[in-house]
Design a protein around this ligand. Sequence first.
Ligand code: FES
Length: 260
Amino acid sequence: MFSPAVPLASKRLLEVLHAFRVSPQVASTSRSFSTALNYHIDSPDNNPDMRWEFSEANKERVKEILSHYPSNYKQSAVIPLLDLAQQQHGGWLPVSAMNAVAKIIEVAPIRVYEVATFYSMFNRTKVGKYHLLVCGTTPCMIRGSREIEEALLKHLGVKRNEVTKDGLFSVGEMECMGCCVNAPMITVADYSKGSEGYTYNYYEDVTPKRVIEIVEMLRRGETPPVGTQNPLRIKSGPAGGNTTLLGEPRPPPCRDLDAS
Ligand code: FES
């Protein structure tokens, strides 16, 4: 029970925190960010003087991407070009890569920074070769995404958005990835094979135990089966099989047009 000395508004807040099992100390002292902090400070491996260009193979892909847009609207290619640059650069975008994209699409660099800072799929600090993204939106949260994230962070010995010492893994948060029917889910952005072998795979119906197994399979160079991890479910169907619409659908009733 709450002390009568606690003002009504504070009491209500404590009730809400209790309902969501958040301790008042945690709520008042820590703030978590989905992506790493959004400011740039020059560093030896991230500064505008660094030389950065697309690889020869990717220069061909840049031409192909640009061919999708009218030549006077090159700037429309900003997102696919940033995506390609990120894949080439091991999962993150140094400022010199963003400048290279700005040059290709003939816009001021700020126009590219605006896009890269807005979309959370663009990382502007280093991530692991396998960047694990836990869905943090309500359906996944209700189905245990906090426990999934805790299990991953504990197993890997990192905080959110930190990279493991061997450079293999990092854990971030993403908002709804459209897979709520099989919540909770995580995505693995795999930058281990460069832009040629890049994949972005969904793992659904995960449990704290299963995400650790997935991590260890990735560490061994294996490819865990994507999609639902619940053996009772086929794709997004009900676990255990269908419960409705079990027979052949009946044809719609037809009026006998010849009857008078
Ligand atoms: S809430 Fe997690 S996929 Fe939609």
